[in-house]
Design a protein around this ligand. Structure first.
Ligand SMILES: [Zn+2]
Length: 98
């Protein structure tokens, strides 16, 4: 999961603001050498690199593969918001039951 929020880290942790080389999302990393916001993006970037080395891609194929990886990334983001949502619902339920 990409850490999109500084508060995902301890307040005194050393963090680096980075832009994902694959999807462009700004994220926070504990290492200055971090390149990708998530394992998904790293995976797709490596895959793209490997397949470019093996077989030259047609432009359209490149676009399709870029869109597919964007979809995968967005699915991950949605998943994150869904779980955030559930977390908030839980908190609301707890507050209401007091
Ligand atoms: Zn990314």
């Amino acid at each position: 999961m990409p850490k999109l929020d500084r508060s995902d880290f301890k307040y005194n942790a050393k963090v680096f603001e980075k832009n994902c080389l694959w999807c462009g999302t700004t994220f926070y990393a504990s290492r200055s050498t971090a390149k990708y916001c998530s394992g998904t993006c790293r995976g797709y970037a490596n895959q793209a690199k490997q397949s470019e080395e093996a077989v030259p891609y047609e432009e359209t194929e490149k676009m399709i593969s870029a869109l597919l990886s964007e979809n995968a990334y967005l699915k991950g983001q949605i998943q994150r918001y869904i779980s955030d949502n559930e977390e908030l619902r839980k908190i609301i339920r707890q507050l209401q039951s007091v």
